[in-house]
Design a protein around this ligand. Structure first.
Ligand SMILES: C[S@@+](CC[C@H](N)C(=O)[O-])C[C@H]1O[C@@H](n2cnc3c(N)ncnc32)[C@H](O)[C@@H]1O
Length: 221
């Protein structure tokens, strides 16, 4: 098969980020502060943040769910795409990450729209039915649990809504039969992608942005 499209060079990447996905001072300084407090640098990239905003506006997202807050970087990109009366619930197990996300959300002036809930995602997801339907679920916590998250959010996200999983390329190794990286990590993402691609309730595609975002739309009717 011949690869189609323009390869992403560093110059093209810089152009895209500079033109469409510039961070403001808060987004630019948040990672260094989180790093100083011992948090790993595993947040999404600016163009992924902007991509989430584009998708949210296209789907008319008013109520969103995030699984894995870290220090609130993706949380803030997403919350900024909500209407004033919108809501984002972000699920996070690590108390320090909950605290940092809450602090950053407050600094962003988004405390009214964002609620950070502490606990294991699978426990919290099981009790979210009363707050459904959601317009979007962004999965970005334990990769081994992605398929289980998907089972839960398929119940919680409305028809026409979005289900998005980050790191769907597994560091570019998702397609390899004998990958050099962490085998169980790659197997988990492959299983997730397979479900996203084949579940009859979804129209999905792995979009090769950063480490890959698998985007699914819940079919209407
Ligand atoms: C990749 S980071 C999230 C990055 C964030 N979405 C961003 O792009 O800014 C994954 C997060 O999931 C959290 N996490 C790990 N296991 C979890 C679980 N069982 N339930 C909820 N959160 C979990 C980790 O503590 C970490 O903060």
């Amino acid at each position: 098969m011949v690869m189609k499209g323009t390869p992403i060079t560093e110059e093209l990447f810089d152009y895209i980020v500079d033109t469409f996905a510039r961070e403001d001072d808060l987004l630019r300084t948040m990672p260094a502060e989180a790093h100083r407090r011992g948090v790993p640098m595993i947040h999404i990239s600016p163009e992924q943040g902007k991509f989430l905003q584009v998708l949210m506006n296209a789907a008319g997202v008013r109520k969103a769910l995030e699984i894995g807050s870290l220090f609130g970087y993706s949380t803030i990109w997403m919350a900024r795409a909500l209407p004033a009366d919108g809501k984002l619930i972000s699920l996070e197990v690590n108390p320090l990450h909950v605290q940092l996300t809450s602090e950053n959300v407050k600094r962003a002036g988004l405390a009214e729209q964002v609620e950070v809930r502490q606990g294991k995602a699978l426990d919290l997801l099981a009790s979210l039915d009363a707050e459904a339907p959601f317009d979007l679920a962004f999965l970005d916590a334990v990769k081994d649990e992605y398929v289980a998250y998907l089972d839960q959010v398929l119940r919680l996200v409305r028809p026409g809504g979005l289900i998005i999983g980050d790191n769907a390329s597994a560091n570019g190794e998702v397609w390899q039969s004998a990958p050099s990286g962490n085998g169980s990590y790659i197997r988990a993402l492959r299983a997730f992608n397979h479900r996203m691609a084949t579940d009859p309730r979804l129209t999905s595609l792995l979009v090769p942005i950063s480490d890959g975002m698998c985007v699914g739309v819940v079919k209407r009717g």
